[in-house]
Ligand binder design. Structure first.
Ligand SMILES: Cc1ncc(COP(=O)(O)O)c(C=O)c1O
Length: 362
């Protein structure tokens, strides 16, 4: 029997029933495009992130693309970001005619605030943080740099819905906070979905226009954009998923504690900073013998992932991009993500632990 990295089936009978009812509700009222569930979800997400506004969009990619577009930065402006992210982060920058500048990461795999200052130039306009694997970046230090140097902070919180530092939640730090709610994320739709949060009314209004072809009303286009609206059926199902969200995170955190307890002598395990609450989108261990370990686990039916085999600036489309990230170049060869999803059974997580221990004992 496999231990799958993810299990996207809806196996809980009551959840399935609630999801079907939610879809049924939309089929009955018929307001299919930007129906009332979109607004309800926006209100709830804004409240949970302690922001004034939330704008539902089609994906995390669109959340990033439209957020940057809403800022209307001069072409060629530089955006400092992490080298370790899904490529959508860098693509959103480049698609807006902006230049990603890659800073380094710390051992927590998040943007290292100390690596930012040396990369700031007169063209730098913003810092795009990514809360990697469900752990918040060191937002106090990053906010201080941003304030001192007059830079905007944008959060790619795609992997970190619900992660917190004290009372403050992911999406609650930047001028704009962006979420993916695709089916693999901790807060997961059953398809594609995303959200932008902000306290800025002007940006909110612009985002509402940008998510539908730049139209400010039915007739008038003020900005060049595309269709990036959040689907009503996905919003309806996300409202169900939000009601169950606390138990999803509890299960993931439980799995993470179990791994830490049993694996910390063998591999480098993720560490939760005091005062932080990580949501474990991924459980990323580090080992010098990563590739052998991955193969060993695979041969025992345990699916793992390297997130990611390349840093963003190592992709062919990004070669030659500015930046400096020696620690990231070292860490990317060591990272391996174990299954940590909420459906992992007691038996499955024991199998993971036994197999990792077996590898090192052998
Ligand atoms: C950090 C990060 N940014 C952006 C995205 C893009 O989100 P989406 O797949 O919803 O477009 C993802 C997820 O895939 C992600 O993990």
């Amino acid at each position: 029997m496999m231990v799958p990295f993810l299990d996207l089936r809806v196996t809980d009978v009551s959840e399935r029933e609630e999801l079907l009812q939610a879809v049924n509700g939309v089929l009955s009222h018929g307001r299919i495009v930007l129906g009332p569930e979109v607004e309800l979800l926006e209100e709830q997400v804004a409240r949970e992130c302690d922001r004034r506004y939330a704008v539902g969009v089609n994906s995390g990619s669109d959340a990033l693309i439209l957020s940057l577009r809403s800022l209307a930065l001069p072409p060629g402006s530089e955006i400092i970001t992490t080298p370790l992210s899904f490529i959508a982060t860098a693509n959103a920058i480049r698609l807006n005619g902006l230049v990603p500048v890659f800073a380094d990461i710390g051992d927590d795999l998040n943007l290292d605030p100390e690596s930012i200052a040396g990369l700031i130039t007169p063209r730098t306009k913003a810092i795009m943080v990514v809360h990697w694997a469900g752990k918040l970046c060191a937002m106090d230090a990053i906010a201080t740099i941003a304030k001192e140097r007059g830079l905007i902070v944008i959060e790619d919180a795609s992997q970190a819905y619900g992660a917190s530092m004290g009372e403050r939640k992911a999406g609650g730090f930047g001028l704009l906070g962006c979420f993916s709610m695709n089916s693999m994320k901790v807060l997961a739709s059953l398809g594609e979905a995303g959200m932008v949060v902000t306290d800025d009314l002007e940006l909110r209004d612009r985002l509402i226009a940008l998510r539908y072809n730049g139209l400010v009303n039915r007739e008038e286009c003020h900005y060049v954009s595309h269709n990036g609206r959040l689907d009503t059926i996905q919003a309806a199902m996300l409202l169900v998923r939000l009601r169950r969200f606390a138990s999803v995170i509890d299960a993931r955190r439980n799995n993470a504690s179990f791994y830490r307890e049993h694996l910390k002598e063998r591999v480098i395990c993720p560490e939760e900073t005091p005062g932080f609450r990580d949501v474990f989108y991924a459980y990323t261990i580090r080992s010098d013998r990563r590739d052998d370990l991955k193969r060993y686990l695979e041969n025992r039916g345990i699916e793992t992932k390297i997130q990611h085999p390349f840093l963003m600036p190592q992709h062919p489309a990004y070669r030659g991009s500015p930046g400096r990230y020696p620690n990231a170049e070292r860490l990317v060869r060591m990272v391996l993500s174990l299954p940590v999803h909420e459906k992992l059974t007691f038996d499955q997580r024991h199998r993971v632990v036994d197999a990792v221990q077996g590898f090192f004992a052998a």
